[in-house]
Design a protein around this ligand. Structure first.
Ligand code: NIG
Ligand code: FE
Length: 393
């Protein structure tokens, strides 16, 4: 098997805590070796063993590929006018989701598939090497099922979100819709999903309805995650911890009790700066989470309504500027934090045995990501040791 040595790296983020170089395990003048899609050696350039091929990255930096643990990529249409009206003063609510449901139901399989593929290319160009994606814009058995069937062709982290909102044809009959989601819809969708999710918030599902949906998913063999406390300080986080959800996502409005619950649990808090940015909401303060010892992930929440960005670099810049992450915390949360939110042991770090998923930055270190907002610093993205995107600038 061919070995490739990447060497003379100005700054290498390993996320390997055992190196005792801060939370990012940052090494200067570093090198690593890739073989058969995996990392097989990491260390100093001056101490590197020889390899079949050698790539010098002098002056550049390398980080683990971003792990985007929360995205909604199966949809058609856009909601640019809704965004424009929000910027003029209207408020974000769950109602806009139905606009996308209508467009998604009307789209052909080919159109939906192309939309996912287009977004996936955007993710790769921005250095995301692992992503999760959800259904949730079908909201009937046929369209939820086809959303998941299409999604599994693009990622292994596929989430069934039949419990996104109550579709128009069920208005006033929420319990009947919850029964559909837990019953026929779940039965059809479970074989295609790894995860079950529900939007537990005002205008979507309450604590009891959300609990019933997640418990049905767990009984069907799916792992739970949840949209929690995005719009109101409800009981979503409480439910996440009670059911052992891998992640509670959004976490915009949390009480001190919610923070304590998360800190005493294995549930990751996934913060989504793109959503607060695009809905002009208040930002959660990351210091509350870190000070309490909560594990935090950052994700794009890429969707046509509340956060139509596929750029993790943008999310990191906003997280540092507006949510008080340190640059180190933001990079960790967007890489290893995302891996933890997806319970993936194989990604999120550049360490022996991990998948060789990494990003070469045309910058001296990861610090330039928040420091140079809006500037494309990704020179090359690798998944399993294979280059899948190279900038031609
Ligand atoms: O994560 N919060 C619920 N779902 C999405 C938004 C969906 C939409 O507005 O289309 C979110 O922000
Ligand atoms: Fe979401």
């Amino acid at each position: 098997m061919t070995t490739t040595l990447f060497t003379s790296i100005n700054s290498l983020v390993t996320n390997d805590e055992s190196l005792e170089k801060g939370i990012l395990g940052e090494l200067a003048n570093a090198a690593f070796i890739e073989e058969s899609g995996q990392i097989v050696w990491v260390g100093s350039s001056s101490a590197s063993p020889s390899a079949d091929r050698e790539v010098s990255l002098a002056g550049k930096s390398v980080i683990p590929g971003f792990v985007d643990s929360h995205a909604h990529l199966v949809f058609a249409g856009d909601r640019a006018l809704e965004f424009e009206s929000r910027m003029a003063g209207s408020q974000y609510g769950s109602g806009g989701i139905m606009t996308t449901v209508k467009a998604t139901r009307a789209a052909t399989d080919v159109e939906l598939d192309q939309n996912i593929a287009t977004r996936a290319v955007e993710l790769y160009r921005g250095g995301i090497t692992t992503f999760e994606t959800k259904s949730g814009y079908g909201l009937d058995v046929e369209n939820e099922l086809r959303s998941l069937r299409l999604a599994v062709e693009h990622t292994e982290d596929v989430t069934f979100l039949g419990g996104h909102v109550v579709p128009e044809e069920y208005l006033g009959r929420t319990d009947a819709y919850v029964d559909l989601v837990k019953g026929e819809m779940l039965e059809a969708c479970a074989p295609y999903a790894r995860w079950i999710d529900v939007f537990c918030d005002e205008g979507a599902f309450d604590y009891d309805q959300s609990k019933a949906i997640l418990q049905a998913g767990i009984a069907a063999g799916l792992l739970p995650r949840i949209h929690a406390n995005q719009l109101t300080q409800g009981r979503g986080v409480e439910l996440a911890v009670e059911l052992g959800c891998a992640s509670a996502d959004h976490c915009t409005h949390l009480s001190s009790k919610d923070i304590d619950l998360l800190a005493g649990s294995s549930t990751v808090a996934t913060l989504l700066p793109g959503a607060e940015f695009s809905t002009r909401s208040i930002y959660p303060d990351a210091r509350r989470f870190f000070d309490a010892g909560v594990t935090v992930a950052l994700a794009t929440d890429c969707n046509p309504g509340s956060s139509f960005t596929s750029s993790m670099a943008f999310c990191i810049a906003v997280a540092v500027r507006e949510m008080h992450f340190t640059p180190e915390q933001a990079i960790w949360s967007a890489t290893l934090g995302g891996a933890k939110a997806l319970q993936r042991e194989d990604v999120g770090a550049i360490a022996v045995g991990k998948s060789a998923d990494f990003v070469v930055l045309d910058a001296p270190s990861f610090r330039h990501i928040p420091y140079r907002p809006g500037v494309d610093l990704v020179e090359e993205t690798f998944i399993s040791g294979t280059s899948i995107y190279r900038s031609n600038k």
